[in-house]
Design a protein around this ligand. Sequence first.
Ligand code: COA
Length: 213
Amino acid sequence: MRSNLGGNVPIRAQRTGGEYSPAMQIKTQRLVLREFVQADWPDVLRYQSDPRYLRYYPWSDRTEDDVRDFVDSQIAHQSESPRRKFQLVITLPDQPGLIGNCGIRRKSDNDFEADIGYELSPERWGRGYATEAASAMVDFGFQELGLNRVSSWSIADNAGSANVLEKVGLKLEGRLRSNEYFKGRWWDTLLHGMLRDEWTGPGSIQSLSVGQP
Ligand SMILES: CC(C)(COP(=O)(O)OP(=O)(O)OC[C@H]1O[C@@H](n2cnc3c(N)ncnc32)[C@H](O)[C@@H]1OP(=O)(O)O)[C@@H](O)C(=O)NCCC(=O)NCCS
C-alpha cells in the first residue's frame, strides 16, 4: 500500500502498526529511509567505530557482535504486531550502502507517545540530512501513528543533536543535571518534545510505502 503525504492529508485513524511490515520505505527530498537488512551491519560498524560518532555514547568502541546484535534487534521489530519501534536505515538514492539510521519508538506502556533518534556517518554531517530524517520521523509519528507527543533525550554537550531537534520544531522541556556517567565524567541530558497541536504538517515526507512494494 502506498500513500503520498504532500498537501493537507487528513490525520489517519489509529493503525496497530502490523501493516508496516516488512517493507516500509519513506522518501524525503534527498533521502530514502528503508528497513534494516542483515547485510547492513558492516556499514553500521564502520561509522559506529569512528571516534567522532562515539563521543557522546557510553561505548569506547563497537565490535562486530555489538553491531550484528543491534541490526538483528531492529529486524526483529519489523515483524512485531502491533509494531512499536520503527528504526530505518538512511540511504542516498542511487548510492550503495547507508549513511546512518533514524527511528521512532512508541513507549512500551503508551500508544500516544514516542521518542525519536538519528545518527549519521561523520563524513555526512553538516548537510542537513539528520534534520531531514528526524522531520520524517516526526511526521510519520503524528500522521501515521496518531501520536499526541514526540520527544527525544540527548546529551547536553551534543550541540549538533539539540540543534537538529530544535530545527525540527521540538521544544526544550528540561535539563537533568549530571544524570549520566560514562567515560570518566558526569553528563547533563536534555529533554525536547513536540505536541500534536504544535506539529505543522507532514511536509517532509514525499512518499511512504508500507507492506510489500
Ligand atoms: C547529531 C548528528 C545526527 C547531527 O547530524 P547532521 O546531519 O550534521 O545535522 P544537520 O546537518 O541536520 O544539522 C542540524 C543543525 O545542527 C547544527 N550542527 C550540526 N552539528 C553541530 C555541532 N557539532 N555543533 C553545533 N551545531 C551543529 C547544524 O549547523 C545545523 O544547524 P544550521 O542548519 O542552523 O547550520 C550527528 O552529529 C551524529 O550522527 N552524531 C552522532 C550520533 C548522535 O549523537 N546522535 C544523536 C543522539 S541523541
